[in-house]
Design a protein around this ligand. Structure first.
Ligand code: CUA
Length: 146
């Protein structure tokens, strides 16, 4: 192996290391993490509802069905963590909470979860991003952050 070959190999390995560190830094800065395990008390559910825990945490239980989310309009406090639990009543749907990094799949028989903190007051549309039938494009719900 000649000298130039060694330099190129070391440079390439260093570059890969830099890319890997940049990936870790970006994930850390944007608070991207693997999905959490569900607490054992969360069981599959078939109706949407909103709960408030004793410490004030809002828990939203969404059910996606052709072609709506249940509950359709929910009010949440600004700057407080909101637990979102999501399931589906018929086929697979998507769940994207606009202007946040909340992006889940609604899968029949399964519960997916994410905790989001909304920092600015406003109206946040929830959009289905998985094609689910002829009225897929109309499937929307809203979170009002106040
Ligand atoms: Cu539900 Cu597309």
């Amino acid at each position: 192996m000649d000298r130039l070959e060694k330099i190129v190999l070391v440079f390439s390995a260093g570059l890969l290391g830099i890319f890997f560190l940049a990936l870790l830094a970006a994930a850390r800065l944007q608070a991207i993490d693997v999905p959490p395990c569900l607490p054992p008390e969360v069981k599959p559910f078939s109706a949407g509802r909103v709960d408030t825990l004793p410490d004030g945490t809002r828990q939203l239980f969404y059910v996606a069905r052709m072609w709506r989310f249940e509950p359709e309009i929910v009010e949440v406090p600004v700057g407080k963590p909101v637990d979102i639990f999501l399931s589906a009543g018929d086929v697979t749907h998507g769940f994207y909470l606009s202007w946040t990094n909340t992006n889940l799949m609604a899968i029949p028989g399964a519960v997916n979860a994410y905790t989001v903190k909304i920092e600015k007051p406003g109206i946040y549309p929830i959009i289905c991003h998985e094609y689910c039938g002829s009225a897929h494009q109309n499937m929307v719900a809203y979170i009002l952050a106040k």
